[in-house]
Design a protein around this ligand. Structure first.
Ligand code: HEC
Length: 400
């Protein structure tokens, strides 16, 4: 709405400018006050992101391996394109401000439009990147450690195809190889010595079920598991097919069976770990309930042991979950990635809304060289959003 002043107060400066609020003496004073306010706001933005960069520094200092490993899974090409796109958008924004200052209204609209276009590109690419991450379960929580649905389904199909042909050609299980697979897949529920973990998996070392089954029957059991609906299920917790690890081949299962047999023992027996020869005494399962599984999920207990594994399934690593060199707590890297890029993306979105609003006002003829404060301030905001990305890109994507 235009502010109408008594005709006698209109001097040459005021005449060109219908936006002077009554508590300012001149348009220049009003402009500078607005700009100072914008800089104060940008100062708070710097504090906000500064705090988050500190968080980044602390985590990177303490756990550098998470960052070197995790950054492999970010798409540097898309990240670089986005950097270029944002720099271009900053250029067009700067030109737009120049056009406003020099009263080129049509050009102002064009360059605001271009800025809007580049900003939308940025968000589009962000969408592509994020959807790839979600598709592959590269997320901030325990989901990172789960097989993504599309992968699990493909593997199940392949295993089903193999099942018929592979059975007769299975070799007798190798307990040493099986031990590594056991540690990787079965340990979280059944414990290192097969003693069972309350609420997660039954004891295997004292299990009659294990003792009485032939290898073949045992294999069949592992192929299908034992759902909660199964009348034989006593714990109310499901034993998943292949212990929930669909990558285990039937041969892997034979190896695991051989290793489970070595755990068959009585309380008080001295047990030798077939993998490293370590000796320990078998004790009964503790009656103290375990704490709920933490966000680390089913991390591999011993990365070195797993990477030696000869199993072909280990070579199919397409996600960090299956990479034998995956550091523990990798989800922390993705937490920081999504926190920083997500908050930045939100700023881009807000910036775009502001620019769209500026564009509409430009088309309505609100701006001229006498009044362009919103364009100038919107430009400042857009530049800071840009600068933050210039820091985020190398800090997250370009670590080697
Ligand atoms: C997510 C947890 C989980 C994982 C991982 C898991 N199991 Fe189990 N398992 C269970 C549960 C729960 C039961 C008990 C089901 C019931 O109540 O009968 C069970 C039961 C069993 C039994 C039957 C024991 C008995 O006395 O009835 C065997 C054998 C077994 N699991 C072997 C394995 C092997 C080998 C692996 C690794 C490939 C494995 N499990 C991985 C949860 C798990």
């Amino acid at each position: 709405m235009k502010y109408v002043m008594p005709i006698e107060t209109i001097n040459s400066e005021f005449k060109a400018h219908g936006h002077l609020a009554h508590h300012f003496d001149s348009p220049r004073q009003q402009f500078e006050a607005a700009k100072l306010g914008m800089w104060l706001f940008l100062g708070t933005e710097v504090l906000l992101f500064g705090g988050l960069f500190c968080l980044y520094a602390v985590f990177r200092g303490n756990r550098p391996e998470l960052f070197t490993f995790g950054s492999q899974y970010l798409d540097t090409t898309w990240g670089a394109i986005n950097t270029v796109v944002l720099i271009l958008s900053s250029c067009t924004m700067a030109i737009a401000v120049y056009c406003a200052q020099t009263n080129q209204k049509r050009e102002l609209a064009v360059f605001l439009g271009l800025t809007l276009f580049f900003g939308l590109d940025f968000l589009g690419i962000k969408y592509i990147e994020y959807s790839h991450k979600f598709h592959d379960n590269l997320v901030w929580g325990t989901g990172l450690y789960e097989t993504p649905p599309h992968e699990a389904y493909q593997l199940l199909l392949r295993r089903q195809e193999e099942a018929g042909a592979a059975l007769p050609s299975l070799e007798p299980g190798d307990p040493k190889r099986g031990r590594k697979q056991y540690l990787a897949t079965c340990l979280p529920c059944h414990g290192a010595q097969g003693q069972g973990l309350p609420g997660l998996g039954k004891a295997l070392n004292t299990s009659h079920f294990v003792a009485e089954r032939s290898d073949e029957d045992f294999l069949q059991f592992l192929q299908v598991g034992r759902p909660i609906e199964d009348p034989e299920n006593t714990s109310g917790v499901a034993m998943l097919p292949r212990g929930g690890n669909v990558r285990l081949t039937d041969q892997d299962l034979m190896d695991i069976i051989a290793s489970v047999r070595t755990l068959q023992a009585n309380v008080g027996d001295v047990i030798t770990d077939p993998a490293d020869g370590a000796k320990s005494i078998l004790i009964t399962a503790s009656t103290i309930p375990f704490a709920a599984p933490g966000p680390s999920g089913f991390h591999l207990p011993d990365n070195d042991a797993i990477s030696e594994s000869s199993s072909a399934s280990q070579n199919e690593a397409t996600s960090p979950r299956l990479d034998p060199n995956r550091p523990r707590d990798l989800h922390l890297f993705f937490s920081i990635y999504f926190l920083l890029t997500g908050l930045h993306g939100l700023h881009v979105l807000i910036g775009l809304i502001v620019i769209a609003w500026l564009l509409v006002r430009t088309l309505l003829g609100h701006f001229s060289n006498a009044y362009y404060t919103p364009v100038d301030l919107g430009g400042l905001y857009w530049h800071i959003v840009d600068v933050i990305w210039i820091f985020l890109f190398p800090l997250l994507y370009l670590i080697h």
